[in-house]
Design a binder for this molecule. Sequence first.
Ligand SMILES: [Zn+2]
Length: 590
Amino acid sequence: MARHDPHSYADLAQGRIRHIVFRLEADFAQRQLRGTARYRLDMPARGPFDLDTRDLDVRSVSSSGRAVRFALGEADPILGSRLRLTDLAGADEFTIGFTASAEARALQWLTPAQTSGGRHPFLFTQCQPHHARTIFPCQDSPSVRFTFEADLKVPSPLVGAMAGAPAGRTPADGATVFRFTMPQPIPSYLFALAAGEFTSRDLGPRSRVYAEPDLIDAAAWEFAQIEDMLAEAEKLYGPYPWERYDMLVLPPSFPYGGMENARLTFLTPTMIVGDRSLTNLLAHELAHSWTGNLVTNATWEDFWLNEGWTTYAERRILGAIEGEDSAMLRAATGRNTMLRAIKNFGWKADPTRLKFSQAGIDPESVVSYVPYEKGYSFLVRLERIVGRPAFDAFTRKYIAEHRFQTITTEAFIGLLRRDLPQVFGQVDVQAWLFDPGFPADAPPFESSLIDDVSNRLFDYQEGRLPRREDVAAWATAQTYLFLQYLPRALPVDDCRALEAALALDRTRVPQFQSQFLEIAVRSGYRRCLPRAEALITTVGRMFIIVPVFQAMAQTEWSRPLARPLLEKVRLRHHPITVLAMEKVLLQQGL
Ligand SMILES: [Zn+2]
C-alpha cells in the first residue's frame, strides 16, 4: 500500500478514477442525498481498489451486473472509512449505490427560513478540502482527476445546479431531473451541487450569475465586471480553460467568502454591498481557474501553491483594473490579517509554515491566511528579484506545463532551480517555504493610499480623531486597513467618535462590521451588542463572525453571552462554522 496523500486512502498504484456517471436524488424530507455512481478507471484493477468514504451508507457494489465484494474499514476521525473493493477481477468499471447521511460534512440542508427568499429549502455542498467522500465514494485526493456526467433530481419547483455544463432537464413526477456534464477533468474537491429557488442573469458572453430571485438584480450589478476580469486574467495567463465562468450566490450561511468550484463559483451574499468594493473576492475565485483548478496542489500540505498563487494572480488582475496603488493597499490589508493569524498560532507553530507534515492533522483545523498571504509575499519577493516580465514568463510556463495536473512544493522548487536559478543567491527559498513565522526580508507594499491611512493613524496616536470629511472619500480597503491597525480595545468615547466618522453604524460592508464590533466588544462599548449578535446570527462566513465571537468569549462583560449565542445559531450555520465557534468556547473554558 503506497499512500501519497496523508488525507486519503487512495493508492495510486491501484489505478485512478477517470470518469463517473452519477444518478443523484436530493430528498429534502429525509435530508438525504441518494444515488449511484458508475466509475471508469484508467486501467483494469489487478487487485483490491481503495476509495475514501465518511459517514456514507454503501448499499451495493457491482461490475457488469455482477456483485462485487467490499469491506468498509474502521472510521478514522480525520480520514473516515476506507472502502475496499476486493474482487474487481480485472474490471475497469464498477457501480456503487450509496446514501449520504443527513450529517454529511459536505452538505448543508437549509430550511426555508434560512434562505433569503424564505419560501423554499436550499441545499449546497462544500467539498474542499476532504469532504467529497461524505457525498460519494472517491479517491478524495487532489491528485486524482475525473470527468463526469450527472443527473440531479430535485423536488419541484426547486432548481438543481452543478459545477459543470448544463445539459437539459426533464420533469419527473413532482420533481425535475437536471442533467450536467463536466468535460474538463476535476479533482474531487471541486465537485459541487446546489438546489434551491434561484434564477439567473447573463452577465457576458460566457458568464451568468445564479441567485435567489430577491438577490438577482443586486448580484448582477455587483458582479458586472466579470468579463473585464476574465479578459485581464487571459492576458496574464492564457485562454480561460473552462469554457464558461458562472457564479452562484449562496444563502448567508455559506461559511466561506467563495469557493472556486470549476465552471460555477459559489459566493457569499455578504460581498454584495452595492458599490462593487468587495469584488476582489471575485477576482480571487476567477484566478483559481488557472492557479488551483488547472494547476492543482498535490496534497493539502501544498495548499500554498493553490492559494499563494491565486492571491498573487488576484492582485495582478485588480492591479490592471484598479491600478497598482489599489492592489498594494489590498496586499497591506491581507498581510495584517495574516500577521494576526501568525500571532494567534504562535510564531514557531507549524501552521505558520508554508509546508509541514499534516499526517494526523485535520487539514481544516490548520486553514488560515498564512498559505494565502505568506505565499503571496514569497511570490512577490521572487518577482521583485527577477523583474515582472521574467516572472510573468515563468508563471505562464508553470501553468502551461502543469495544465490539469498537480504539483508538490518540492517539484516547484525544482522549477525555480531550472527557470529562475538567480533567485537562490538572494532569497532563502527553503526558509520561506519550510520555516515558521514570517521572514524579515518580506517585500514592503507601498501605495499613496496606504500613506493616507498611516497619516490618520499617526494623528490618532497623537490624540487627534479623524473627522468625517477626512475619511469620507476613502476606498473600502483604506477604511479596512485603518480598522485593522487600531488597537483592539479603545476608550468608549473613541469608539463612539470613530463609529460616527467612519459611518460604521450604517455600513453594509461586513468586514467593517467585523473589525469594529470586535473592538467595540473588547472596549466595553455595550451599545453595539445587538449589532454584534445580529451579525453572528445572520452571517455564516467564518472570517467575518469568528473574531467578534472570540472577542465576546474573551471579554469579561460579554463572556456569559457567548455560549447561549452559539446555541441560538447552531442549527442555522454550517457545521464548519459551528465547529470553529465551538473551538473558541473550548479555548475559553466555556
Ligand atoms: Zn482561494
